[in-house]
Design a protein. Structure first.
Length: 273
């Protein structure tokens, strides 16, 4: 039996596996290859749609399905199929119209199973495109001829997103959805029950791994459910306070090859599952 056999290591991307410049360090890449070569199952759960995570997939080649849409989807690149997908109900249009009307400064983005569409632009949306390199596809947020995974709202100012969160929470339809602050400039409407923590068991089953033998790594509020669901939840040093509180332990920052450090800790028996 190989030393990491029966272990699933699942990481967030931005702020965790990826450095600030969105690159993956050589140390992390080599450690991931070592982990997989010795029987470990490696993957990631991200807020991105699969097409937006393709470059990361190509760089680290997960050997288990990935989580996407902040846990609303589980996707297998090898077969180009969703093993699980939570569709955002059409009633989300009502909430989006509310935001568009009451907070016109907010950027609006529609994520379908295959595409990212920019419905209303602002500087935060422009930042997003520059960082991700995604093409500037435009459509109405009322578009429903593709399966919709989530709605995203963006603004550079945290206070504006706080106003947005209060506005949405006060609406009668709020109980039909989940909401998450996934980055400092991003707030999302998700299908009820969709979360990274909910996606992790789907991935573990596909990888034939017991949930007690899972390790999850993250840095932000949207990683909290995953950190709590895993056998061992680990927050990076640069994580939000909510993520650190949810974690079983804290490791080095994303700039210090956090995933490589965790794999070394597993190898040395310093993380016990």
């Amino acid at each position: 039996m190989k030393k990491f056999e029966g272990i699933l290591l699942c990481t967030d991307l931005d702020g965790t596996l990826l450095r600030a410049d969105k690159s993956i360090s050589r140390e992390n890449k080599e450690a991931i290859d070592y982990f997989k070569a010795n029987g470990g199952r490696f993957t990631f759960i991200t807020g991105r749609v699969p097409t937006a995570a393709q470059a990361v997939y190509d760089a680290v080649r997960p050997n288990a399905p990935i989580g996407c849409f902040n846990g609303g989807g589980v996707y297998d690149y090898e077969t180009d199929t969703f093993l699980h997908f939570s569709e955002l109900p059409e009633e989300s249009i009502v909430l989006t119209e509310l935001v568009d009307r009451e907070l016109p400064e907010i950027g609006i983005q529609l994520n379908t199973a295959r595409n990212v569409y920019f419905c209303k632009d602002n500087p935060a949306q422009q930042d997003f495109r520059r960082i991700t390199g995604l093409p500037y596809k435009v459509c109405s947020y009322r578009k429903r001829d593709e399966t919709v995974g989530k709605m995203i709202f963006l603004h550079r100012e945290g206070a504006m997103l706080e106003r947005l969160a209060e506005l949405l929470a006060a609406h009668p339809l709020a109980a039909h959805f989940d909401f998450i602050r996934s980055e400092k400039t991003i707030y999302e409407i998700l299908p009820k029950g969709a979360s990274k923590g909910a996606a992790l068991p789907h991935i573990a089953r596909a990888a034939c791994v017991d949930m007690k033998r899972t390790v999850a790594v993250g840095d932000f509020d949207n990683d909290v459910s995953m950190l709590k669901a895993a056998g061992v939840g680990i927050a990076v040093e640069n994580a939000s306070e909510a993520a650190k509180r949810a974690a079983d332990r804290i490791t080095v920052s994303n700039e210090e090859h956090a995933i490589a450090r965790i794999i070394r800790n597993l190898d040395a028996g310093q993380i016990v599952l």
